[in-house]
Design a binder for this molecule. Structure first.
Ligand code: SAM
Length: 456
C-alpha cells in the first residue's frame, strides 16, 4: 500500500461523518430515546406477549407461519418491536430468546402514507423478501387487495390510530379487518390518551369537546433549540381517546362487520413519562420526568434523585383521575426516596448498610413493596463493585425498571397516559383465559426468598 497524503486520510473521516455513523449517540433525546426503547417498546411487548405467544402456538399447531400487517409502519418500527418480543421462559443460559423467530414469520407488510419513511424502511429491510412496504392511506379503508390473504396480526403502534381524526374512518377500517378474518386474528390499536397529565389543560368531561389536539412535535429538540425553532415546528392534528370512546368505536365496528371484536386488554403507557412532560406545552405544571428517566438509563450519567420526584397538581372536576394520579405519585416517590436512602446508607468499605434500612410497611401496595425489596437487594449486591460505575450503570437503570414496573402494575387502561393501547381478538383461540395471561404479563419474575424485613 502506498503512503497516503494527510488529505487522503482525512477523506476517511469525512466519509464516516457524512454517513451518520460518527453521530454522537445519546438516549437522552430524540424519537428513539431511552424511554422509548426501554420503557414504551418493552411495556408494549410485555402486555402483548401472552396474546402473541398464543397466536404463534396456534399457527405452529396448524403448520402455518404468522402474517403481519403494520398500519402506519414508519420505518418498520412495528417489525422491530415485534421481532424483539422475548420468550418469558428464557433464562441466563439461553441465547436465542425471540418469541417470533425469523422462521415463524411468514410475511410482514408495512403501510404508511409517508413516502420518505417507506423509502427508509425499504432501504433497511428491502433485501428481505418477507418484508414488503407500501404507500397507502388507511383512512381510505384497509389497504388490502381483493385476493390478498388475511393477516394474523394487524398492528398499529404509538398513537397511529389517533391519525383517524374522524371516528368514522377508524370504525370503517376496523370493520374491514373484522370482515376479512377467516378464522382468527389479533388487532392492536394505539391512541393518544385523553387524560394524559401532559395535556391536563385539554381534559374535559364532555367527550364531544377537545376531540382532536394540535400536537406540536416540539419534543425532538432540547429546551433551548425548541424555543429558538418554535415557529418552524411541525404540528399534527390528533384524536384524543378515552377507554369509553375506544370501546364505543370497537362496538360499532363489530356491529357493522357483524363479527365479534373481543377486547382482550387495554393498557395505559407512559403515565408520567410522556414526551410532552418535558415540554410542558399543554400543562405548565408538568415536570420534565421523561428527561429524568432517560438519565436513569443513560450509561455513565448520574441522576439527581430529586429530579424524579413527582408533585401532581389535581384538576377540579376529575376526582377519580386525580385519585389515581395521586396514588401513583405517592408510590413512585416512595420508591425513589427509599432507593436514595439505601444509597446514602451503603458503606462501600464494609460492603453493607451502615444503618439497617427501615422496614417496608406492609400497608404499601404489593407492587411497591416488591420493588423496594428488589432495589435493596440490588444496592446491597453491587454497591461495593467499584468497577463500571455501579450507581450509574446498575442501580439507576434498575430503579428505572422498578418505576416502569410500578407504572405497569398500577395503570388502569383508561386513557390516563400518553398512550392508550387496546388488544383485540376476532375468532377465538382455545387455551387459558386472556385475563390470566394479562396478569402474568406484568408480574415480575419471582425472586429467591428475600432477606428484607417487612413491617407488619
Ligand atoms: C405516530 S407515528 C408511528 C410510527 C411507527 N409505527 C412507530 O411505531 O414509531 C404514525 C405513523 O402513521 C403514519 N400515518 C399517518 N396518517 C396515515 C394515514 N392516513 N395512512 C397511513 N399512514 C399514516 C405516519 O406517517 C407515521 O409514520
Amino acid at each position: 500500500m502506498t503512503q497516503q497524503t494527510h488529505e487522503e486520510q482525512m477523506e476517511a473521516y469525512t466519509e464516516a461523518a457524512t454517513s451518520g455513523l460518527y453521530a454522537k449517540q445519546s438516549g437522552l433525546v430524540g424519537k428513539y430515546d431511552n424511554v422509548r426503547r426501554l420503557w414504551e417498546d418493552e411495556i408494549t411487548r410485555l402486555f402483548l406477549h401472552p396474546h402473541l405467544q398464543q397466536l404463534i402456538e396456534r399457527k405452529q399447531s396448524r403448520m402455518q407461519r404468522v402474517r403481519i400487517m403494520d398500519l402506519g409502519c414508519g420505518s418498520a418500527d412495528g417489525y422491530e418491536l415485534l421481532a424483539d418480543v422475548r420468550r418469558r421462559d428464557a433464562d441466563l443460559r439461553d441465547f436465542e430468546v425471540a418469541l417470533l423467530t425469523p422462521g415463524m414469520l411468514g410475511f410482514y407488510k408495512g403501510v404508511d402514507l409517508n413516502e420518505e419513511l417507506i423509502a427508509q424502511a425499504q432501504s433497511i429491510y428491502g433485501q428481505n423478501s418477507k418484508l414488503v412496504f407500501e404507500q397507502a392511506d388507511f383512512t381510505q379503508g384497509l389497504p388490502m387487495a381483493e385476493n390478498e390473504k388475511p393477516y394474523d396480526l394487524y398492528f398499529a403502534s404509538y398513537g397511529t390510530c389517533s391519525h383517524h381524526n374522524d371516528d368514522e374512518t377508524f370504525i370503517h377500517l376496523l370493520a374491514d379487518i373484522a370482515s376479512r378474518v377467516e378464522e382468527h386474528c389479533l388487532i392492536v390499536c394505539d391512541w393518544l390518551g385523553r387524560y394524559s397529565y401532559e395535556w391536563q389543560s385539554l381534559w374535559t368531561n364532555d367527550l364531544s369537546e377537545n376531540r382532536n389536539m394540535d400536537y406540536v412535535v416540539s419534543y425532538i429538540y432540547e429546551k433551548e433549540e425548541r424555543e429558538q425553532r418554535r415557529d418552524e415546528l411541525q404540528h399534527l392534528f390528533l384524536r384524543l381517546v378515552s377507554r369509553q370512546e375506544a370501546e364505543g368505536m370497537v362496538a360499532e365496528a363489530s356491529k357493522r362487520a357483524e363479527v365479534a371484536i373481543k377486547p382482550l386488554e387495554y393498557f395505559d403507557r407512559s403515565v408520567f413519562t410522556g414526551r410532552h412532560m418535558d415540554t410542558a406545552d399543554y400543562n405548565p405544571q408538568a415536570q420534565p420526568l421523561r428527561q429524568a428517566v432517560n438519565s436513569l438509563h443513560e450509561a455513565n450519567v448520574r441522576t439527581d434523585p430529586s429530579s424524579l420526584l413527582v408533585d401532581y397538581m389535581p384538576k377540579e372536576g376529575f376526582e377519580f383521575i386525580n385519585d389515581y394520579f395521586e396514588h401513583l405519585q405517592m408510590c413512585w416517590n416512595a420508591l425513589v426516596l427509599y432507593v436514595d436512602e439505601l444509597m446514602q446508607n451503603y458503606d462501600v468499605q464494609q460492603r453493607t448498610f451502615s444503618a439497617e434500612p427501615p422496614p417496608v410497611p406492609a400497608s404499601y401496595p404489593t407492587a411497591l413493596r416488591e420493588m423496594m425489596e428488589r432495589m435493596r437487594l440490588v444496592v446491597e449486591g453491587v454497591g461495593w463493585l467499584g468497577l463500571g460505575l455501579p450507581r450509574e450503570n446498575i442501580i439507576e437503570p434498575q430503579l428505572g425498571y422498578a418505576l416502569r414496573h410500578l407504572e405497569m402494575r398500577l395503570q388502569k387502561g383508561l386513557g390516563c397516559a400518553h398512550g392508550l393501547v387496546g388488544i383485540f381478538e376476532v375468532g377465538t383461540i382455545k387455551g387459558p383465559s386472556p385475563n390470566t395471561f394479562a396478569k402474568r404479563a406484568v408480574e415480575a419474575p419471582r425472586l429467591p426468598a428475600a432477606r428484607v424485613t417487612t413491617a407488619r
